[in-house]
Design a protein around this ligand. Structure first.
Ligand code: CAA
Length: 260
């Protein structure tokens, strides 16, 4: 498979995926979205990968949105299809059985902010900027922004950001819960990799099941969600990793997880 717009590297237990169109501030055209989808095929089937760091090439942008040049002349039907394509791939990323950390050097606008919100955790550089500027282009957010932003920052703040198209700096994004952590730009990738490696050193099934419980629980009522939590909690006791993790604690020795 030839990859042009998305780079993929493996480093031990983690994958680093880089949206690589720096001249267009890593804007997402359909070709780039399809490459990202192809990379998810690889990562999904690789049991050695436990966590993913997703970033954008260059210092200036994570992703400056969906590609405006490509969208400019779309018909209503084509616009709908483009949104469905982005939503399908972002949803896949959101539900992948690995932890995904967005490392955001600069602009995360429109589809870029939406891509970061489909990740589990967002680490931003001090220079990062976030926003949903779509209404200024005469469109609505189309890759999940109308749904994930209110879930992350609350309905009132999401409405304000979407209706005003206001761009917020990293600090404000942190204060409203859009970002987990702010670090200096020069440390961004190392910090993201360190967090990914820390996550990759925990019990793999427990991480996978915790992610599934959070993602599923956020979509349903608390009683159903807690039943699901009890199910995955029970499932942990069928794993070798639970036996190893607890035995190592009791025996006061280091644990070795085998992902089974
Ligand atoms: N699509 C296509 N090209 C883009 C782009 C985008 N979203 N964002 C930036 N670029 C291109 C620019 O056209 C420019 O290309 P040329 O050098 O060929 O002219 C190059 O990237 C560099 O950009 P600028 O010269 O504009 O850089 P700047 O530093 O002056 O401004 C910016 C940076 C404020 C991010 C500005 O580029 C900008 O406003 N970009 C658009 C942001 C935006 O509106 N994003 C939302 C898109 S709609 C969307 O995402 C819909 C959805 O929900 C699915």
């Amino acid at each position: 498979m030839e990859l042009k717009n998305v780079l993929f590297e493996k480093e031990g237990k983690i994958a680093i995926v880089t949206i690589n169109r720096p001249k267009a501030l890593n804007a997402l055209n359909s070709e780039t979205l399809k490459e990202l989808d192809n990379i998810l095929d690889i990562i999904e089937n690789d049991d050695e990968i436990y966590a993913i760091v997703l970033t954008g090439a260059g210092d200036k942008a994570f992703v400056a949105g969906a590609d405006i040049t490509e969208m400019k002349d779309l018909s209503a039907l084509e616009g709908r299809r483009f949104s469905i394509l982005g939503n399908k791939i972002f949803r896949r990323l959101e539900n992948i059985e690995k932890v995904v950390i967005a490392a955001i050097p600069g602009f995360a606008l429109g589809g870029g902010c939406e891509l970061s919100m489909a990740c589990d955790i967002r680490i931003a550089s001090e220079k990062a900027k976030f926003g949903q500027p779509e209404v200024g282009l005469g469109i609505t957010p189309g890759f999940g922004g109308t749904q994930r932003l209110p879930r992350l920052v609350g309905e009132g703040r999401a409405k304000e950001l979407i209706f005003t198209a206001r761009i917020v700096k990293a600090e404000e994004a942190y204060n409203i819960g859009l970002v987990n952590k702010i670090v200096p730009l020069e440390n961004l990738i190392d910090e993201a990799k360190a967090m990914a490696n820390l996550i990759a050193s925990q019990g793999p099934a427990a991480i996978r099941l915790s992610k599934a419980a959070i993602n599923r629980g956020m979509q349903c009522d608390i009683d159903t969600a807690l039943m699901y939590e009890a199910e995955v909690f029970g499932e942990c006791f069928s794993t070798e990793d639970q036996k190893e993790g607890m035995t190592a604690f009791v025996e006061k020795r280091d644990k070795t997880f085998k992902n089974n």
